[in-house]
Write a protein that binds this ligand. Structure first.
Ligand code: SAH
Length: 838
């Protein structure tokens, strides 16, 4: 009789564990042994050998102990237990279990029993009685962990983790039903037959993936992506891209409709810009229809580069309240279901005042009580407190009969009860033109909710309850917006700190919310440098896809990976990278010189926002990043006028004050130079100290050449203050500030900090992307951005997935490199080159 107690639980017991099977603990039990035996005749030898050949190796292959063979012999990950025969039934304490029955399996004392599907019943050569368990995970056994209560208690997830366990670990039967993916979304709406548990998704460890069940009992699903319509489409999008998996995308004309994107926390729009470019490379027309950001300058930048986008300058929480109120209004006016424009929310000037969709708070006279005023029309709508009267609600911007725009005011909806027709007219037009998204209108929502409450710079972090920190509240708002608008796809970007802080609390919450809302989901970390930039910049990306859609894969790197940051527990595994670099041809890492060496010299005092290049591109990167909008894929990035001349925008630095400028002029123009090279500073054991033999050097102003803060920064161990970059370097992360006091940001050969444009180049912005606002605001927009080539690569894999062209693997190879792919012909050229070299 085998000893009871060797069951292998799906997760280990303590909180810090990884879900990797190899790291799980074995249960140790002392409860009485149940009576177990196999029932019926063994499965005929030929059938058993055909089904489980690894358990019946030929004599020559047997190595190691007689009861098992090593992994080298089988090519499997674990030692394989050898079988004498397999059975279809077993009896445990008088209860008969069939193959493929689901069962509770004994866990450690005090823990709920594990849940498994019995996928094999077999006797071993040393007379053991075993079953092969394929484990189900409860939500709390997955990466969701402590947020398990977000998910319906009866819902479990089938894993692909299997292992052998003694038969006597089985406790009792459990009734688990498989449901088709829940398209109706909420659990309440769903008809669940009587059962102990149900499942509609699998959970697999690579990239912490929750996805539709494609293979739970037998391998049945044929690869739906292998038959691709080969109609030679003729949409405005790029056609005929050759995919790495040998498939050819030909745009199917029946599938040519546009995908509407909502960019939340849009900043200046880098993420959506990259996504749309990447989607167009896969033959999908993705268009940013709506964008929301609290920063007016960022909104202006986005609008300037994307005239097709309805840009809303308001807090996301107000936007959420607004879309809910708007949906109600549309319902009240019986508009839902009536005809609408396909072209998106561009309202004609006189219908909707585009500019003034933005909430303005400047003083305007209050005319609401005056009888002289009659409402001519409504111009815009918002939810909030546009008049600063501490009364939040739904407001409309009114144009008064006989008055011009300087008399426009924001009026609460209650004040408009006398002009129902005007209101109806506005809502009807807004509905038709999709001024705001209704549930289902936004096919794709992207964005990175700011979570400043997890930043390592923040000394007041709330580790116990990170979601109660107001600084992390936007993650909840973001998920609530998804819950209301129900897009087919979501892509969330965030800093790696959401996986580091408080055991990954916020990252787990984000996945938990998505899964609870019935999205398929997966999580990966990507380094911008891996996609053709001289910047490391590691970020987390979370995909979500409705069960009706294919979950997109992560794009594998195209360029040499620089290094890896440390991330705890199971999150270590989710860095998007090749397992074996030998098998792929990665481009060489890009260096600072490759990205910026062609830009004309400017001084610390440069004041022009626009100038001529006056220089030629020296590298491939420079050639392609200089493309005009008209030359670029997608072709929807600007007006004809803005393409007329080739002008370099935003190539000016943050102007340093005279003292800092004098300091910068004294930093040698050599690799690794910084304040430590100034007179009066000694370095001992990588720590700075004052040189006692030298009197403290003063600037013309009388201030010290070496400021105290440089000496004390990171207790004297940092060489960042006034650090100069060098041509052969890769910057760690472009940040939002440009001051040289605590970061390496000086130009290698000019006495100034990097210009806005130079930073923008390091983030992969095409040169034609012009930014708005004061200098510091423009640096902020650039530093906040999702690196364009990363977003572009994600847009491409989205494009594959939404056409059903990706397979179920979590990673996909890109058939192009950035920024060459920005132009159609060079996309093809890159492929040719690749083919030649392969
Ligand atoms: N994804 C953007 C960068 C976003 S940075 C890109 O790729 O360019 C985060 C943005 O969130 C900032 O622009 C900030 O202004 C905005 N933001 C912060 N709090 C907000 C809120 N409550 N509502 C809307 N936007 C907010």
């Amino acid at each position: 009789m085998p000893k009871r107690g060797a069951s292998t639980p799906p997760v280990a017991e303590n909180d810090t564990v990884s879900l990797l099977p190899s790291q799980r603990k074995k249960a140790k039990l002392s409860s009485p042994n149940p009576v177990v035996c196999f029932v019926g005749k063994p499965i005929p030898v030929t059938e058993a050998r055909a089904k489980w050949p690894h358990r019946y190796p030929s004599e020559g292959k047997k190595k190691g102990s007689s009861a098992s063979i090593s992994k080298e012999a089988t090519g499997e990950d674990n030692e394989v237990m050898l079988a004498t025969c397999h059975y279809r039934q077993a009896k445990i304490d008088g209860v008969v279990f069939n193959l493929h029955d689901d069962a509770y399996v004994k866990a450690e004392d005090g823990k709920p029993d594990y849940i498994a599907r019995i996928v094999e019943l077999f006797a071993t050569v040393d007379n053991g009685m075993y079953f092969m368990a394929r484990w189900f995970y409860r939500a709390e056994d997955t990466v969701i962990k402590s947020h398990g209560d977000l998910v319906d208690k009866k819902r479990v997830f089938l894993s692909d983790v299997k292992d052998e366990n003694p038969l006597d670990c089985i406790v009792s039967k459990v009734n688990i039903v498989k449901l088709t993916p829940n398209v109706g979304l909420t659990t309440k709406e769903r008809k669940i037959p009587p059962c102990d548990y149900y499942y509609d998704m699998t959970y697999t460890l690579p990239y912490l993936t929750f996805s539709n069940v494609v293979n739970d009992t037998v391998k049945s699903e044929s690869d739906a992506s292998s038959t691709i319509s080969s109609e030679s489409g003729s949409s405005g999008c790029f056609n005929g891209a050759n995919l790495a998996n040998g498939k050819t995308i030909k745009k199917n004309s029946s599938n040519s409709s546009e995908w509407a994107l909502l960019d939340l926390y849009s900043g200046c729009g880098a993420m959506s810009t990259g996504l749309c470019l990447g989607a167009s490379l896969a033959g999908v027309k993705l268009v940013t229809r709506w964008a929301v950001d609290i920063n007016a300058h960022a909104c202006k930048s986005l609008k300037q580069n994307h005239p097709e986008t309805q840009v809303r300058n308001e807090p996301a929480e107000n936007f959420l309240a607004l879309v809910k109120a708007w949906a109600k209004l549309c319902e009240e006016f019986s508009l839902l279901g009536s005809e609408r424009s396909e072209s998106g929310p561009d309202m004609e000037e006189d219908e909707i005042d585009d500019e003034d969709v933005n909430v303005k708070t400047e003083e305007s006279e209050d005319h609401s009580d005056s009888e002289d005023f009659e409402v001519e029309k409504l111009l815009a709508v918002c939810h909030g407190d546009p008049n600063n009267v501490k009364k939040s609600g739904l407001y409309f911007k009114v144009r008064w009969m006989g008055y011009d725009s300087s008399y426009d005011t924001w009026e609460p909806i209650d004040g408009l009860s006398d002009c129902k027709d005007v209101l109806k007219n506005f809502v009807t037009k807004g509905y038709k033109k999709k001024l705001l998204p209704l549930p289902g209108d936004a096919n794709f929502i992207c964005g990175g909710p700011p979570c400043q409450g997890v930043s390592g710079f923040n000394r007041f972090r709330n580790a116990e309850a990170p979601l109660e920190d107001i600084k992390n509240k936007q993650l909840i708002v973001y998920m609530d917006i998804i819950d209301f608008l129900k897009p087919k796809y979501i892509l969330m970007e965030n800093v790696v700190d959401i996986l580091k802080f408080s055991g990954g609390y916020l990252g787990r919450y984000a996945i938990g919310r998505l899964v609870a809302m019935n999205y398929q989901a997966r999580m990966g970390m990507m380094a911008a440098g891996s996609y053709g930039l001289p910047q490391f910049r590691m970020r987390v990306f979370l995909w979500g896809a409705r069960p009706t859609e294919k979950l997109p894969p992560y794009p594998l790197p195209t360029h040499e990976v620089v290094s890896r940051g440390f991330v705890p527990t199971e999150f270590e595994e989710i860095t998007v990278t090749y397992n074996n670099k030998e098998t792929c041809k990665l481009g060489e890492a890009l260096l600072l010189e490759d990205a910026i060496s062609d830009l004309p010299p400017v001084t610390n005092y440069e004041k022009q926002d626009e100038m001529n290049y006056g220089t030629k591109a020296r590298t491939e990167f420079q050639k392609y990043i200089r493309l005009k909008k008209s030359e670029m894929v997608g072709g929807n990035m600007g007006t004809a006028q803005s393409m007329a001349s080739r002008i370099l925008y935003d190539h000016r630095p943050l102007e340093l004050n005279k003292d800092d400028y004098d300091r910068v002029c004294r930093i040698p123009q050599k690799k690794g130079a910084n304040f430590r090279d100034l007179p009066g500073v000694l370095v001992k054991d990588n720590k700075v100290e004052w040189d006692p033999s030298i009197e403290r050097v003063k600037l013309d102003s009388g201030k010290p050449l070496v400021p105290d803060y440089a000496m004390t920064f990171v207790r004297g161990t940092s060489s960042k203050p006034f650090g100069r970059l060098w041509w052969d370097e890769i910057v760690p992360t472009v940040v939002t500030r440009a001051e040289p006091h605590n970061q390496v940001i000086l130009h290698p050969a000019q006495n100034r900090v990097l210009t806005i444009r130079e930073n923008a180049r390091l983030q992969g912005f095409p040169d034609c992307y012009k930014l708005c606002g004061p200098i510091k605001e423009r640096y902020t927009q650039v530093g906040n951005a999702v690196a364009v080539p990363v977003a572009l690569a994600m847009g491409y894999t989205f494009g594959l997935a939404c056409q059903g062209l990706s397979d179920d693997k979590p990673l996909a190879t890109l058939p192009f490199k950035y920024p060459n792919c920005l132009v159609r012909s060079s996309f093809a050229k890159t492929e040719d080159n690749d083919e030649e070299s392969s």
